[in-house]
Design a protein around this ligand. Structure first.
Ligand SMILES: Nc1ncnc2c1ncn2[C@@H]1O[C@H](COP(=O)(O)OP(=O)(O)O)[C@@H](O)[C@H]1O
Ligand SMILES: [Mg+2]
Length: 529
């Protein structure tokens, strides 16, 4: 090892390309990153895991110069660095692809890649050397095997292709370290596989990668080392080959967790039709059909899962069924009665529980206390109030019961729900909806952004509800969730249910193809619709 090692900070050797020392970020009085120690080795894939809200994005934004630390230090190749902007970080060789892409949809692939990093002409500096730029873009796509048309508009590309453009944008700027924030959460299963292969290829070509994900299986498959972050603190550093999914889950949550729910379903014959949807339609804001003649039936004691890549009409479908959006055509019958375009209140009163996708916008009222949220929808009824007077004692007892039964962790019983973590906020909604003893439960992305421990709990609640005879509509973009909870699965693509599969016999490949709009065609193999 070269003699220069001695001048590096303690614990940092030559192979360490990037590290942090007690890196801290406060937002007002809230500490999002609390003395983070991170070490990234050159040429490796470092995974960062942690439940939602753990502080992963905040940490990455500091490494990328988008946020400035409150205290602590960042070292790049042993040298202390301070970035005042992403431009600084990129100049030093650190690039980042955000969770939400930042491309210009009306511009082409090539224009997006070079935007802000144009090459000046050789003789006349104010002229841009388009030829050289294009040549470089072309050679990059070839080098990394990206099958992209440089002249295509971003708006014409799939999400997976857009992600490649984001990565190319960074490679064009010659970064050595590539930070990817939850890159697979927007991809279909096939795109995920391809993406992970490309990560390994980037590594083989000498890049260092920091991969943020909460999907343990993916991380176990591609990473070399894993850092676990919990409530803003580094709580573990492990070599991937020395750990396992359950061990990581335990580290993230602080106790043992079951990664898949025990689901022993015994179909019965005397099932009642609880929900019948026929030819349902609605338009999006631009007047295009967002839900396109959707029909399905759900029986009592059954979970019907709908899966699809985000943005294929699932959100609108659930909104119609939960009274938050109007259908422009078709009918909905619940337990034999037509309920098309009824409002949420009426639906809840008739025995439908609703776990909405947007838990803060639609599920909870941030400014109100936990108790007020827990009894929302039932405030004016007995036993919570009589003759317009609240019965505080009853309300508090009821809340305490929910907190105990649903293991909701709260710091302050009288505090606002905005103080709850994502997982606990979601548990509160599940508790409120389940305690109403509904007969039909509409659950949309019930575990999105929820930590593994709370996921286990929510899954158990859904299965127990079904086993008690409840009917469930489960909409999720998490394939694992759909596969382990559903009794039947519908796949949604461009507003339509383009296929129904049996979770006991289907494969991830089959569902993935349907999610990408490919339907099996017996004569010609696969057909794209
Ligand atoms: N700009 C900000 N202002 C205030 N709080 C923030 C800001 N950014 C993030 N937070 C809070 O910091 C915590 C960590 O957020 P984040 O880094 O996005 O977590 P993760 O990426 O692990 O889900 C969260 O509680 C979040 O609400
Ligand atoms: Mg994040």
């Amino acid at each position: 090892m070269p003699s220069g090692t001695a001048s590096f900070p303690p614990g940092v050797d030559m192979e360490t390309i990037l590290s942090t020392k007690a890196l801290t970020k406060k937002f007002g009085g809230f500490t999002a990153n609390d003395q983070i120690f991170l070490t990234v080795h050159e040429g490796q894939i470092k995974a960062i895991v942690g439940e939602n809200g753990a502080g992963k994005t905040t940490l990455m934004n500091m490494l990328y110069g988008e946020l400035q630390p409150t205290s602590g230090e960042i070292f790049l190749r042993g040298e202390k660095v301070e970035f005042s902007s992403p431009r600084d970080a990129i100049t030093k060789g650190i690039g980042m692809v955000h969770q939400h892409f930042m491309l210009v949809p009306s511009m082409t692939v090539y224009e997006n890649i070079v935007l802000g990093a144009e090459i000046p002409g050789e003789h006349l500096k104010f002229l841009i050397d388009r030829k050289e730029e294009k040549r470089r873009c072309q050679s990059l796509t070839e080098k990394y095997g990206y099958d992209l048309d440089l002249n295509e508009k971003i708006s014409e590309l799939s999400i997976g292709e857009q992600q490649k453009v984001e990565i190319l944008k960074m490679l064009y700027r010659d970064v050595d370290i590539l930070i990817l924030d939850e890159p697979t959460s927007v991809l279909t299963p096939q795109e995920v596989d391809e993406f992970l292969k490309q990560l390994v290829d980037l590594k083989a070509k000498g890049k260092t990668i920091i991969l943020i994900s909460h999907k343990l299986r993916e991380i176990m498959g591609v990473s070399d080392e894993i850092t676990v972050i919990k409530r803003g603190k580094t709580i573990g550093n492990v070599k991937t080959e020395e750990t396992s999914e359950p061990a990581l889950a335990q580290m993230m949550v602080g106790r043992k967790v079951l990664l898949t729910v025990q689901n022993q379903y015994k179909p019965t014959d005397n099932k009642r039709v609880m929900l019948q949807v026929k030819n349902l339609q609605t338009n999006d804001r631009l007047g295009k059909l967002a839900v396109d003649h959707v029909s399905f039936t759900i029986h009592s004691g059954e979970v019907f899962g709908i899966v699809g890549v985000d943005g294929n009409g699932q959100t609108e479908l659930v909104k119609i069924l939960s009274g938050m959006m109007e259908a422009t055509g078709g009918t909905v019958e619940y337990n034999g009665q037509e309920i098309t375009n009824c409002l949420s209140d009426q639906l809840r009163k008739s025995g439908i529980g609703i776990i909405p996708e947007d838990r803060y916008g639609e599920g909870l009222c941030q400014e109100m206390s936990l108790c007020q949220n827990a009894i929302a929808g039932a405030v004016t009824s007995k036993p919570f109030s009589r003759h317009a007077v609240f019965n505080r004692k009853q309300i508090n007892e009821y809340c305490q019961h929910l907190i105990d039964a649903y293991q909701i962790h709260i710091a302050d019983f009288n505090g606002n729900v905005s103080q709850l973590s994502g997982g606990n906020a979601q548990k509160l909604i599940v508790a409120r909806e389940m305690e109403g003893e509904p007969r039909l439960l509409i659950a949309c992305q019930p575990t999105r952004g929820v930590d593994i421990g709370a996921i286990e709990f929510i899954h158990r609640q859904i299965i127990d509800f079904r086993d008690r005879g409840g009917a469930v509509l489960l909409v999720s973009s998490e394939l694992n969730e759909i596969l382990s909870l559903s009794d039947r699965i519908g796949v949604m693509y461009k507003g339509k249910i383009i296929g129904e599969v049996d979770p006991r016999t289907t494969t991830e490949t089959e569902i993935g193809l349907l999610m990408a709009g490919m339907v099996p065609d017996l004569e010609n193999g696969i057909r794209s619709i």
